[in-house]
Design a protein around this ligand. Structure first.
Ligand code: LLP
Length: 384
């Protein structure tokens, strides 16, 4: 089935561009709000997935907080109107200026990833006469069964504090006077479709929490990070992820302590399906054994296929004629600039518009100017 694109409204627009279907985004957000509120869960949108100001302002309307990984993301979230007391800040390498942005804006919490980082946050908070809220990002050593580039919860990853170092960290934290330990944070990976991985994260969180309790430490906040996957194969059948099943897992497998708030940081599952990269066919080139559809978009606009070997459904939205099999490639001078091999498309001719689906997350935001190309522009369905 083809996606529903307002092809007439696309006429005259310069390609490539990102197209965001705000109805899908709003349906997704309404469902997140409905399902998470059943359990009083707190949702912080992971800004890294897409920081387009139009996207951010719609997400903010639904009352979500923001999960940031840089000073720039904190500034983007604040500019879009996210309240500072709903902003969390993670990242293994927070620069001093970024920590200062967080402190000066009075964000809700720093998710800290190492002992040296916690010492610096304490020092910078002290210099301002402030007390910074921190959550310890623990590496839960849970296998998320996803692509190795986007797995984060294994021992060999650079993220988080290892389970074996918990006592050492708690000793350091207890000696610092300008930080307050308010939470435990996990993030096991991204594009997770096997929900049992989250069940494993719940068990591990219970163990870590019990470890804290044995030392008489009780935290008010538990943060399970992001990671819920989307259906890249069938975006039309599953435009909105199954948030009901997702939140139900945590409700079933994690027993919150009295007064404890549970937090999540979804990124891809919020914005992935609402975005498509729209590109024009420049040439159809017949090789000796195959046909190439050469697009005016390349990995500079959507790097996921080149970087992670990721699949994005591709559709020729200009033609209804029975088609052929093409390798769909971009114009960049690198062999990895290929969106899909042996893709069946409606008959392709020069000037046809092609949609690369499920590109709302980690698409526009990861664009680059390699080959001196221009960054892509974006259009929203309700503003066209
Ligand atoms: N929280 C933390 C601490 C994270 O590191 C991430 C993603 C998220 C939340 C949001 O995860 P999500 O719900 O989007 O899975 N560029 C890659 C994905 C990198 C994900 C990095 N961390 C891609 O295009 O697949």
């Amino acid at each position: 089935m083809k996606g529903h694109f307002p092809i007439n409204k696309f006429k005259g627009l310069t390609t490539p561009f990102y197209y965001y279907d705000t109805q899908i985004l709003r349906e997704t957000l309404a469902l997140i709000r409905e399902e998470s509120s059943k359990y009083h869960y707190h949702i912080h949108y992971a800004v890294k997935a897409n920081a387009n100001p139009g996207i951010l302002s719609i997400i903010r309307e639904y009352g979500l907080g923001a999960d940031c990984v840089s000073g720039g993301e904190i500034q983007a979230a604040l500019a879009a109107g996210f309240p500072a007391d709903k902003i969390v800040f993670a990242g293994v390498g927070k620069a001093d200026w970024e920590i200062k942005v967080g402190l000066d804006s009075d964000i809700f919490c720093f998710n800290v990833e190492s002992i040296p980082e916690v010492v610096i946050i304490d020092e910078l908070a002290g210099a301002r006469g402030k007390i910074a809220n921190i959550a310890l990002r623990i590496n839960p050593e849970v296998d998320a069964h996803t692509h190795h580039y986007i797995t984060t919860g294994l021992k060999e990853n650079k993220f988080g504090i290892n389970l074996s170092q918990l006592d050492e960290v708690l000793d350091v934290v207890s000696g610092l006077s300008h930080i307050r330990l308010i939470g435990i944070h996990f993030h096991i990976g991204s594009q997770i479709t096997d929900l049992t991985a989250f069940q494993a994260a719940c068990s591990r969180m219970t163990e870590v929490q019990e470890h804290f309790n044995r030392r008489n430490i009780f935290v008010e906040n538990i943060n399970f990070g992001g990671g819920l996957g989307i259906d890249y194969q069938n975006p039309n059948d599953h435009p909105v992820p199954d948030f009901a099943a997702y939140f139900a897992i945590f409700n079933k497998y994690f027993q919150a302590q009295p007064g404890q708030a549970i937090h999540f940081e979804p990124g891809r599952s919020v914005v992935g399906q609402c975005g498509s990269l729209i590109s024009s066919v420049l040439y159809v080139k017949e090789g000796s054994s195959k046909k190439f559809a050469i697009l005016d978009a390349g990995f500079t606009e959507l790097i996921r296929p080149a970087l992670y070997d990721a699949y994005h459904a591709i559709e020729n939205i200009s033609s209804d004629e029975d088609g052929d099999v093409y390798d769909v490639v971009g114009p960049i001078c690198e062999s990895s600039d290929c969106f899909g091999k042996e893709v069946t498309l409606n008959k392709v001719s020069r000037g046809n518009l092609v949609a690369l689906r499920s590109a709302g997350a980690y698409g526009e935001i990861m664009a680059s100017q390699y080959n001196c190309r221009r960054l892509p522009v974006s259009y929203f369905s309700d503003l066209l």
